[in-house]
Design a protein around this ligand. Structure first.
Ligand code: UDX
Length: 473
């Protein structure tokens, strides 16, 4: 079948290449001339494992072509899929691009085609969609077309696999009285393995929202639990290892640390909390998830201050990782950027290394006072403390004894609980994670003392020289 995909960001480009891989004839439509130029030459303008190869193979096979917007882009298309951006870049929604896209596309669609909205949109917009499409078709003197949604559950870094081997495929029916649209979109996905759920469009919008809100809630829950663990000398990683074996809970997305970033989770959490207030539907849980998440970034810097004896002013802090998670070059709402800003505001000299050269370049332009370097060695040189913010696999391979020699002080805050504290202490480091017992010289004695009756405290984890931790109780 012939499919046109409008908007070639992460979602649109993966969708285009994936449909082409399944043998469909796909036209990817991109408004940015620079992006289009690169794509036509098989160059993917962002980092996503496996995507460049899939784009190139399907371009070469003639199943995938890239064009600028215009009526020709959807000529003869059975399905028109919109994947345009809906974020305003400031944590809010913007629907102008989507409205423009509908105005440009809907009047020119073939009478037998169906419209599939893959962009994430607020529920109230989804509810108005059929009416908008009907009006545009009527004004063009044409019969209306079926309108469906198909929310994406794509994780950056594994977007290709998420598309080709989805855990679920959801079709939201906004308007499809004859079920022709549902049949067309089902055919587009007929080679995908995975359960297909057909529901109303607003249900589908909430299926996506609910998934993201739940994932975010798990992370903020883990961060709150980590704070309790710290207060009592427990180790959250041990606690989660035990919780994970309960099949009702599972261990994923319970990683404590600097919290969630990216284009989806923070945006959907913040927008839900705001919409709840505006619509008079209280969402205290989601507001708390949001507040906890933002606090984690500040708590990371607070921990750094404690390690450095009370202030980061005039100290050189090396951050490891800038992207919001590994295997992407995406900096959208990346915790590292907020952390670098807070450190700079508190007078630190901030240097950062990330394996993605493009991320280093963009981050340096986005954060005042941030210096980025092209190697770990340069980051460690003369640093007073290291902060790990993104768990890139190469950080597990660091020679910490060598890093300690290059640094002024062998201090580390592990914002992802990614490193093995015993390895770090063996290399002479003082190590502090999130919800883990500090190792090396205790950074904050209060954290390793358990209050008992009569105002006394007993030590529950005694750091001794050489990095061994003796646990009591
Ligand atoms: C997310 C959803 O997972 C995906 O289904 C949706 O379609 C888009 O949003 P993505 O933004 O790629 O995907 O990132 P995800 O893997 O969900 O991670 C989000 C953030 O949570 C990252 O910053 C990650 O570091 C953080 N995280 C994840 C934690 O802090 N702790 C964890 O245990 C897991």
């Amino acid at each position: 079948m012939r499919i046109s995909v409008i908007g070639l960001g992460y979602v649109g480009l993966v969708t285009s290449a994936g449909f082409a891989e399944w043998g469909h004839d796909v036209v990817g439509v991109e408004a940015s001339p620079e992006k289009l130029h690169a794509l036509k030459r098989g160059r993917v303008p962002f980092h996503e494992p496996g995507l460049a190869e899939m784009v190139k193979a399907n371009l070469d096979a003639g199943r995938l072509t890239f064009v600028a917007p215009g009526p020709h882009a959807i000529h003869n298309a059975d399905l028109v899929v919109t994947a345009v951006g809906t974020h305003d870049g400031n944590g809010g929604w913007q629907t102008d691009t989507m409205l423009r896209c509908l105005r440009d596309v809907v009047p020119h669609m073939e009478d037998e085609a169906a419209l599939v909205v893959r962009s994430t949109l607020p529920p109230e917009f989804i509810n108005r969609l059929p009416r908008m499409v009907d009006d545009l078709r009527e004004a063009a003197g044409k019969p209306t077309v079926p309108v469906l949604t198909n929310p994406e559950f794509t994780r950056e870094g594994r977007a290709v696999r998420d598309f080709m081997e989805p855990e679920r495929i959801v079709f939201g029916v906004a308007s499809d009285p004859t079920r022709r649209g549902t049949a067309l979109v089902s055919h587009a996905y007929h080679l995908a393995q995975g359960p297909v759920l057909v529901m109303s469009a607003v249900d589908a919008a909430f299926a996506k929202l609910g998934s993201n809100l739940f994932l975010a809630t798990k992370i903020s829950f883990a961060n709150e639990l980590a704070a309790l663990c710290e207060a009592h000398g427990a180790d959250i990683t041990q606690v989660v290892a035990a919780m994970a074996l309960d099949s009702r809970i599972g261990g994923k997305f319970l990683g404590a640390g600097v919290g969630f970033g990216g284009s989806c989770l923070p945006h959907q959490v913040t927008m839900t909390a705001h919409a709840g207030i505006a619509e008079g539907v209280p969402t205290p849980l989601i507001s708390a998830v949001d507040a906890i998440n933002h606090d984690q970034r500040k708590r990371f810097v607070d921990r750094m201050e404690v390690l450095l004896g009370g202030s980061v002013a005039g100290r050189r802090v090396a951050l490891l990782g800038l992207t919001f998670k590994p295997d992407t070059d995406d900096l959208r709402d990346a915790p590292a950027l907020s952390i670098a800003r807070i450190l700079h505001e508190r007078g630190a000299d901030v240097v950062a290394y990330d394996p993605m050269a493009s991320a280093r370049l963009r981050a340096a332009a986005m954060v005042e006072g941030l210096q980025t370097v092209a190697s770990l060695e340069e980051a460690f040189e003369g640093a007073d403390a290291v902060g790990l913010v993104t768990e890139w696999s190469e950080f597990a391979e660091v020679d910490w004894a060598d890093a300690a020699v290059r640094m002024n002080n062998a201090l580390i805050v592990d914002g992802r609980n990614f490193l093995d504290p015993s390895v770090l202490s063996g290399a002479g480091f003082q190590y502090v994670g999130f919800g883990r017992r500090p190792v090396g010289e205790a950074a904050d004695p209060a954290r390793v003392s358990l209050p008992i009756g009569g105002g006394e405290t007993i030590p529950v984890a005694i750091p001794v020289s050489g990095g061994t931790t003796i646990s009591v109780g």
